[in-house]
Each structure stands twice: as C-alpha cells, then as structure tokens.
Design a protein around this ligand. Sequence first.
Ligand code: SF4
Length: 422
Amino acid sequence: MWRYLPNDFRIRSLYDVGVDWPITYDDLEPWYQEAEEKTGVNGSTDTGSPRTKPFPMEPVAEVWAMRRFRERLAPEYPVVSNTAARNSRPYDGRPACCGANNCQPICPIDAQYTGGTAVAAAERAGVVIQENAVVYRIEAAPGGRIAAVHYFDPDRGSHRVTGETFILAANGIESPKLLLMSADDARPRGISNSSDQVGRNLCDHPSASLTFDAEDELWLGRGPQSPSSINTLRDGPWRSQHAPFRLDFTNISQLRGAAEDLIAEGVYGPAFERELRRRAAHQCNVKNVIEVLPNPENRVTLSDKKDALGLPHPRVSYSISDYVERGMEVSVQHFARIAELMGGTNLRYTPKGEYANNQHITGTLGMGADPARSVVDGWGRAHDHENLFMVGTGVMPTSATVNSTLTALALALRTAHHIEQG
Ligand code: SF4
C-alpha cells in the first residue's frame, strides 16, 4: 500500500521520459490519507512520500531477518518497514497480525485488508450487489451519454440496466476489454476510444532477484511475507537514463524451495535433513520492482478466442524496453553489493530476460489533460462521455516503482467525491 513519490507524477517534465500526470501528488495527498484510514495501513514514514497526518497505525513488529538486513546494510542501504494494509493492532473490527506468514494469497484471520472488507461495508451501507452478472456491452446514446449496460446471467440471459452515472471499475485488463467490445456503428473503435488510446500503454513491474545464503541465520517465514525494502533508488536524475526501482526483501519460508532443490540434487536421508536446516535458516532473496514506461504498442486488444459466455478473451502484447534492461543491470550491481554486506554465498541471479510479473497493471485507461492522447481526465471522467467514469489501476498513466493499489484507491475516492459534488 505504497504512495507514489511527488516526482513520479512529473517524469516527462523532470526526466524527459514517460508522461506527466494531469494531477500532482498534492492533489492526491488527502485521498491517500483517506484510503490509508479506510484500509488500515501501517508503515514507515521514511519512504520519501510527504504526509500531512500520521499513519493510522504503527508498523507491525520487526521480523528478525529484516532486523539483520537493516543492521548489516546500514548505513549504505536504509532498510525500512513496508507500508501495508495489515493491522499491527485491532482495527476496524479486524484482529492484529499474528505473524502466521500466509499473506499471499490471503490472510486467514483478516488482519490484512481485502476487497471483501469493502464489499461487506458497501452492503451494510445499502449497496445492492448483482452477483454473477457479466457485463458485456456499454451502450451509448446518440449524443454520447452512456444510456445502459448489458449483462449476462449465468444462463446467458441478457439484461439491460439504465442509470444516470456509470463507473467502470473492472481494472486494467477487463475494463479496456469491455470498452473495446462495446463498439457500435457510431463508435467502431469502441466506447471512449475516439483517441485510440483504450488498452494502450499497458505497464506492470517486471522483477529480477538474487537468491543467496546469508552468513547469519535468518529463518525466513515468521511474520508478514513482505515486510521491508530499500526505497532510496526510486528517484534521481539518472531516471532519464535508466528505470528506477525499489528493492524488496521476501520473508516467505524457504523450506519448500530448498526441499525441492535438494530432492532435485539427489540428496536424501540425514544429509537431507542437515542441509535442509541449513538452507532454511540462511537462504534469502532480494528482488527489484522496476518502473516500465508507457509504450502504446504494449496493449490489450480483443482475442479471437472466446470464453464460456462467447465473449472474447483479452489479448495482451507486451515487451521489455532497453530503459528497463538498463535499470535491471544497475539493480544487479546492487544485488551483488547487498549479498557482499550480508556475507552471502551461493549467489543465484534471475537469468537475463526471465523476469517475473507483479500484477501491478496500469496505463490501459490512462488519465491525461489531452483528449487526443488519453482516455479519462484528471477526475477519471471519460473524455468522450460526460456520465462515464473509470476507476482502478488502469487510469494511472505511469507505473512508478510501487504496488498500484493504494494510488488506485486514492484516485477512486477522489473520483467518487467529485461525482458526489456534481
Ligand atoms: S502474517 Fe500475513 S497471514 Fe499472518 S496474520 Fe499477518 S497478515 Fe495475516
């Protein structure tokens, strides 16, 4: 649940790369705070994003392994607590984190905020949720206003829903897919797509990592799975030359991976137990979360393949730029230095080009001041349709170096307030 840095909103002006947002960090700051209060965010104030109020709660107790990283990497690399929607004390009817280390895919005790928490609150407030309704078409009236949406029920019965204001919130892949699917005679490129920008500029965060055996016994696997990181490489003048990044330490138990490696190596019996204990205690990992710049050719379009309802799958085109590759090369130098400071041995780098994705989809509904080069304005309103708003990570025109959820939530709250104000 990271905030962007103020400079993340102005990378075209400052570094001559990417695009500027139509809004600034200061415009979003109160909404960041509200999003943090709604979801229960704890964290360190030392991450470079200015605040006008404190975090809703103090950080979760520091994990032993992260303490050793912090102590051994100082002062060269400040290791700080990650900001996360994870309760360090009972908050909003949910319990404090008990450190069971199952945060991904889901916290079994609800110490970590999820979309389900929001859905329950919305239903308590009187919102009616139509389950199993797959919207397949947005219908525009001749003048451009959105008149209705059409959805299939599970038996493929079709229904039409009218309204005054429509909010598209199916995130960065399905939202552009729905807009493209809604093409009609008057709008052959799809709804809200006179600019031909819908689905373009898809960004995620590719990640490379280094796994190594630290000199200390770290015993990863107790406490939150993603507790700490290094934030000093997220912004600087070199951003005009190579991608910036955040360095993140995993706290996922190494037992399974180490056991699989040993079995593959043919190690059995007492030697297996001895070696598994050693690797489970010493093995660790640091990864980068790297900024991808918007590229119109990285995009979501409609596939020829159909799903069970006969609707097209999304087709995704995506390539990694030299800007990112140069950032990867710089990260590798930092990985090596971190391993050295940790007394690391048995260094295993991600092979060049074999990057993991991070599901931080941005850009496909990008906001901007120029209707010819963006899909929505700074309030999330479609340039082409006055009563259609879009929320979710897709409206974020750049990806920065942090998970996209908190920024998307802050933008959504700001959009909701704007709609409410009329
Ligand atoms: S460590 Fe993760 S899974 Fe365990 S209680 Fe805390 S948030 Fe939930």
